[in-house]
Design a protein around this ligand. Sequence first.
Ligand SMILES: NC(=O)c1ccc[n+]([C@@H]2O[C@H](COP(=O)([O-])OP(=O)(O)OC[C@H]3O[C@@H](n4cnc5c(N)ncnc54)[C@H](O)[C@@H]3O)[C@@H](O)[C@H]2O)c1
Length: 266
Amino acid sequence: MNFKGQVAVVTGGATGIGRAIALKLADKGASVMIADINEEAAAQTAAEVKEVSGKSAVFVTDVTDLEACNGLVEATTELLGAVDILVNNAGIAGSAGWQTRSYSTEEDWKQTYQVNVIGMSNITAAFQPQMIKKRSGRIVNIASIAGREGRPSLPHYSASKAAVISLTQSIALELARFNITMNAICPGLLWTPMWEQIGDRYAYDMPAYEGMNPREVFDAMIAEKIPMQKEQTPEDIADTVAFFVSDDAKNITGQALNVDGGFFMR
Ligand SMILES: NC(=O)c1ccc[n+]([C@@H]2O[C@H](COP(=O)([O-])OP(=O)(O)OC[C@H]3O[C@@H](n4cnc5c(N)ncnc54)[C@H](O)[C@@H]3O)[C@@H](O)[C@H]2O)c1
């Protein structure tokens, strides 16, 4: 696996899973643009990427803002070159304060859909013309096992991730004839800033987890739900991204792959 000379963009690349994806692609030789709303953390990750592959840049991007997405295409092309690999990873679990409410508000539904689904569509639409022109491209969308089946306490998030799996199939069909693949990954349980919020919500909402801190909720869920009895890591997801964008996966498109220690077997 060698991505030397290739240019990758990772949305939400500043922290958690996105950061690990950026470092993995850099480790295999790619130049990586970090596109995130968190400028400080993005700059930190870009500095780490530079140490690995030599080339990285940051473009402060809110994926819900189509103009910013078009600006990201321009900045990436100018600073690093035309894009070969796009990883749509940016995501949120709800609107401010969602973790201490026992129901999903209209804002939870709107904001989560806006970032997780429309944001993904915005970025893809922005980079698509460049990839179509080159007749090549690899796109990976980060969905979730929450998109495989309705999950308690976060219906707005589950529904948004089911939409990501559907979006992946539809756009993969549209782009296949241009030699562009699009696949999704459904991560299981990963201890990132996002899961700290989810743990708070479960402790707030579910009697089984009452009084636990987020990490205790997380550990209890690993024991209950994960057949392999271990948490997944950002690096597990990064390894799977690297596979999907490698030559080994040239004939795979429109798929959604669970990386979840066996939580869901479908
Ligand atoms: N942590 C898990 O267990 C888990 C499980 C399944 C799926 N996921 C998915 O993985 C992806 C990464 O999540 P994570 O766990 O690393 O969480 P995280 O909160 O650490 O990372 C999310 C990143 O997205 C960025 N972001 C948020 N809104 C944005 C916007 N509007 N525009 C640009 N960037 C934005 C944040 O600044 C942050 O850097 C998300 O799509 C999430 O839904 C996470």
